[in-house]
Write a protein that binds this ligand. Structure first.
Ligand code: OGA
Ligand code: NI
Length: 356
């Protein structure tokens, strides 16, 4: 199995430098290619920006921000946050350190390869999309996946040595991002009239925090490929930093793809599948994708808040009533994740198989 060459495509960086046309394995089926479809529509109402400082205030402003948060969660499942306490300089540093890493020579990056013995994919490390099936359509991007927490599970061999400050900067960003996750999860629990700490209490001190840094390279035929296939995120929620000069992230609603607008130094929050289950479908984990560009590279950094592998993910008991039964089956995080990677490669959603 390990010797089947189709499992080991070259990095997109190498392709981008050498080919005029993306190889067939990257091409979308014709009916999905129609360029107007790939272009995405403008959102009828923009994703709200939630002011976290106002959300935490003890005046009327807090109620207004909470109402905006509710509408964001029920309409898009993705929203922007402002006044979040992460210095713009730190946001720039973590994005620039990521950019510096992706701009290193390939041999240097391959020291952090996501291939074990050059043959078998592991989740962590640098490389391209994991290949699970011969007919899988590959994404026009390279990635760096890292487990940041628990600390004793960091696989240091996958962490960049260059730039030298990469780890320090990423860890500083992690601690700031975590504060935002806590504020948002408390506010979400309050919206559902659950105990404020209901969602936070689901995280043990060994709950994983993982990061995926995506490198979208310019593609000679952006009308034929995707930078990132349609998917919803695993985990409870994710914080997302994106290069703001390229609008490439799209979210699916009622069968239509909408462009997610960006702003300089905006921080996006995306609801994950675990939250959809715990909120019994009140907060949807949106399907999203990234389109390719001919002209520019793009970098994004997603930080995912997962749950302990032994944790049972289930709809909150406080939300269930006779006329409001559980819509999702209970599942252990590790079983969910085993299904997730299989579905992810095919562009389908494991959460569909958990619906009652
Ligand atoms: C992801 C993701 C979006 C982006 O990494 O899961 O959806 O804009 N990234 O790169
Ligand atoms: Ni995603």
């Amino acid at each position: 199995m390990a010797d089947e060459p189709w499992r080991m495509p070259s990095t997109v960086q190498e392709l981008a430098a050498n080919v005029q046309e993306p190889p067939s394995r990257y091409l979308l089926p014709e009916e999905e290619r129609l360029s107007d479809q790939l272009a995405g529509a403008e959102m009828p109402e923009a994703v709200p920006t939630i002011d976290l400082r106002r959300l935490l205030a003890s005046d009327d402003g807090a109620g207004e921000e909470a109402a905006k948060l509710r509408s964001a969660l029920q309409s898009w499942g993705i929203f922007l946050v402002a006044n979040h306490g992460i210095e713009t300089s730190l946001m720039d540093e973590v994005m620039n350190a990521s950019r510096e890493f992706f701009h290193l020579p390939l041999e240097e990056k391959q020291k952090c390869s996501n291939l074990v013995d050059g043959k078998r994919f592991q989740v962590e490390g640098y490389g391209n999309d994991q290949v699970k099936a011969q007919d899988q359509i590959l994404d026009w991007s390279d990635r760096l996946n890292l487990k940041v927490e628990p600390q004793d599970e960091r696989n240091l061999a996958s962490w960049p040595r260059h730039p030298e400050h990469f780890m320090d900067v990423l860890l500083e960003y992690t601690s700031k991002s975590k504060k935002i996750k806590c504020i948002v999860l408390r506010a979400m629990a309050r919206l559902l009239e659950l105990d404020d700490d209901y969602f936070l209490n689901q995280f043990s001190n060994r709950a994983p925090v993982t990061v995926r840094i995506n490198h979208y390279l310019p593609c000679p035929r952006p009308d034929l490929v995707l930078g990132f296939k349609p998917h919803s995120d695993d985990g409870v929620l994710a914080t997302l930093l994106v290069d703001s000069d390229l609008c490439a992230l799209q979210v699916l609603r009622d069968g239509m793809w909408y462009n997610v607008p960006t702003k300089p130094h905006a921080l996006l929050i995306n609801v994950g599948d675990f939250m959809e289950v715990m909120s019994n479908g009140m907060f949807r984990s949106p399907v999203h994708r990234v389109v390719a560009s001919a002209a520019k590279e793009r970098i994004s950094l997603a930080m995912f808040y997962g749950l302990d592998p032994e944790h049972e993910i289930k709809p909150a008991a406080g939300l269930l009533r006779d006329d409001q039964p559980a819509l999702y089956k209970e599942v252990k995080t590790k079983d969910y994740m085993a299904g997730f990677y299989q579905h992810f490669a095919r562009g389908t959603r494991v959460i569909e198989s958990m619906k009652i």
